[in-house]
Design a protein around this ligand. Structure first.
Ligand SMILES: *Cc1c(COP(=O)(O)O)cnc(C)c1O
Length: 384
């Protein structure tokens, strides 16, 4: 599915131009940075501006750009992905409520649920797919939360079916769309209510800042900001400007991430040292049909399993370009071993049930030359 790797028409233009704060003072091409934390009161435009009210000019630039890219009405920008996730959940859940979560989630989100939501008396159910979400419904259910593709097995859920289930029961549907990016997938178009991104990853794309974004209807964003003002967790003007710069190349970068990951997935799939490759763009992936139906490109994340798990350290030490590191979504290719990082708190039996073997390697495929990445894995996987 080669055409799948191209960004939709107009997205490169939107990444560059949407939301820019036009500099009328100098005619500069970039949004100026507004550093004030004190603004005239009463404000001439009748809005009380303050960074922690999530309404400064540089926050507004990111909000406008992301709302357009995610096909939503409004957006709000946070200081991290976790600040965005925590605020959305706390804005919609209270003691006694019940929420349904996909069981394959980012580790930080799992901790937020198990440590904070449970502590304040929110009841939790877990499910792997739409049928299991439907079974979990109770009268006090308020929310369904998914991640698609998920970490590290790149499981995808049918977003249209999740949205229909939520609408049928009158509950909010939320997705962490970090792995897909708005270039590859627009969940609001399928009827999902709120989209969250860790902008730390692909949106900024250069592994040099933390940020988060929520995109939804104006009504939902108003409610999220109502809670956000009390929790803090905003992004300052300089960081907003840096994120804006990163976003200008998002469509270009994601196209290259898609192409590189697609090519590397195919190369690793036929390598004798590799037992299996997990990538939504491969027909062998269990959710390939779902991914092909709702994603325009299959993204830059892939995982693979070594035939011999005891060769993991040898592989990591021999890679020359690809760096063993946490995090993902930057221009540089990174690898990590989920059994030692995101899933190290699980027992070996729990990991086996979750499909996380000791020989599983996760790759955040960067935008280097594709041949160089393939060659790096080939030389690192070569027999002694
Ligand atoms: C990194 C990540 C987060 C958390 O983002 P931070 O910016 O580190 O707070 C949430 N979800 C996913 C899928 C992530 O990869």
């Amino acid at each position: 599915m080669d055409n799948c790797s191209k960004p939709p028409a107009g997205f490169s233009t939107l990444c560059i131009h949407a939301g820019t704060h036009v500099d009328t003072a100098t005619g500069g091409a970039c949004s100026p940075i507004f550093t004030s934390t004190a603004y005239a009161y009463p404000n001439p435009a009748n809005e009380n501006i303050y960074p922690r009210y999530f309404n400064t000019p540089n926050q507004a630039v990111i909000n406008r750009k992301l709302a357009v890219l995610e096909r939503g009405e409004a957006a709000v920008t946070f200081g991290s992905g976790m600040a965005a996730i925590a605020t959305v959940l706390l804005a919609h859940l209270q003691p006694g409520d019940h929420a349904i979560f996909q069981n394959d989630l980012y580790g930080g989100t799992l901790q937020l649920i198990n440590r904070e939501l449970v502590r304040i008396g929110v009841h939790i159910s877990w499910g792997a797919n739409v049928a299991e979400f439907a079974d979990a419904f109770r009268p006090e259910t308020r929310l369904i939360y998914v991640e698609s593709p998920s970490n590290p097995l790149l499981r995808c859920v049918d977003l249209q079916a999740v949205a229909a289930l939520g609408k049928h029961h009158g509950v909010l549907t939320v997705i962490d769309n970090t792995f897909a990016t708005p270039i590859n997938q627009n969940p609001l178009v399928w009827g999902i209510d709120a989209v969250i991104h860790s902008a730390t990853k692909y949106l900024n794309g250069h592994s040099d800042m933390n940020a988060g974004v929520v995109v939804a209807s104006t009504a939902i964003i108003r409610r999220v900001i109502g809670t956000a003002v009390n929790l803090g967790g905003m992004l300052d003007a300089h960081a907003c400007s840096q994120l804006e710069r990163g976003l200008k190349t998002l469509a270009l970068r994601v196209q290259r991430h898609n192409e590189n990951a697609f090519a590397l997935a195919h190369a690793l799939a036929v390598h004798p040292a590799v037992a299996r490759v997990i990538y939504p763009g491969l027909p062998t992936h269990p959710d390939h049909a779902i991914a092909a139906g709702q994603m325009r490109g299959f993204g830059g994340m892939l995982s693979f399993e070594l035939r011999q798990p005891d060769q993991v350290d040898r592989l990591l030490s021999r890679l020359r370009i690809v760096m063993p590191a946490l995090s993902l979504g930057g221009v540089e290719s990174l690898v990590c071993v989920p059994s030692r990082t995101s899933h190290r708190m699980m027992t070996p039996a729990e990991r086996q049930r979750a499909g996380i073997s000791d020989g599983l390697i996760r790759v955040s495929v960067g935008i280097e030359n594709e041949e160089d990445l393939r060659e790096d894995f080939h030389q690192a996987l070569a027999p002694e």
